[in-house]
Write a protein that binds this ligand. Sequence first.
Ligand SMILES: *Cc1c(COP(=O)(O)O)cnc(C)c1O
Length: 352
Amino acid sequence: MSRFLGKAAAALAPYTPGEQPRDKSYIKLNTNESPYPPAPGVAQAVVGFDAEELRLYPDPEVTALRHAMAQCHGLAPEQVFVGGGSDEVLGYIFMAFFDKGDKVYFPDITYGFYQVYAQLCGLEAVRLPLREDYSLDPADYRGLDGHIVVANPNAPTGMALTVAQVEELLRANPGRLVVVDEAYVDFSDGRSAVPLIQRYDNLLVVQTYSKSRALAGMRIGSGLGQKPLVAALERIKYSFNPYNLDRLSIAVGIAAAEDDSYLCQTVERITATRERTACALEELGFQVLPSEANFLFARHPALGGFALYERLKAAGILVRQFSQRRIKDFVRISIGTPEEMEQLLTTLRRIL
Ligand SMILES: *Cc1c(COP(=O)(O)O)cnc(C)c1O
């Protein structure tokens, strides 16, 4: 490591992204990307994009995309913050609302980035254990002395709180900000907390176009909440990266936002494949957690998580595996096309 590295940066344990191998072509079921292309309007927006426009800075207020997103959610444009992927939005949230030394609460098993940001911002991260069955007990989050971040549906379990349970968190912590990361909510059965925004000034919802809208390669995310929360995120953005969304991302984002019927269609295909795959895995002896996301979290009594991961990789199929003690026997399998899942099942039958 460089001898110029600062102490804080040296102490960091950076997030490890899923593998994006280039050595051969794999069936890629490891990073929850969509198996389907983005909405047809996206290709048109890219082809029709005038490169000469890149001479000019993009709109720092991201007005047109904010309007399009606001329309999707029935919100005012001032209730929408747009970021370069939801990871950036989460980063801005940590910078805007959490002070050094503050406590931030999240489950022991959840998206790894929360821990990294907490460390980066000098916060005290408190990890509340999920129940034995990996569900979150809202009672554990009553009257906390710190901020709260939950992914709903959770990653990597795929399990989700109901809207009523999210509301319980909000009511039990009126003086605290509750951040709900809804990266996978489009694959769930009506679990979005967005309808609660008008009634709770302590709710900030984070969403992304990377998963259900098939735009992981473009980096578009949002923060949805009452106006003062969005204004606070704007303060950080204008102190950090005022032009955080480039012109092409804005054009592509608008095209994706405007095609709700394509979104519904692909989400339906993916959730149908998820349900069929879950049944087939159970028939093979897997325990599969109930998923409201575009992936399944499953374990087999005969083979540990790492062994499964390695055998599948050798067979040309990538899944994600985690080393954390409570979940080391699981693999996380993104939902691909029906053909890809059929290949996965055939391979598993052979391995087992
Ligand atoms: C994938 C994911 C994100 C990040 O999404 P980007 O918008 O691509 O940055 C955020 N939170 C969770 C829980 C995720 O799984």
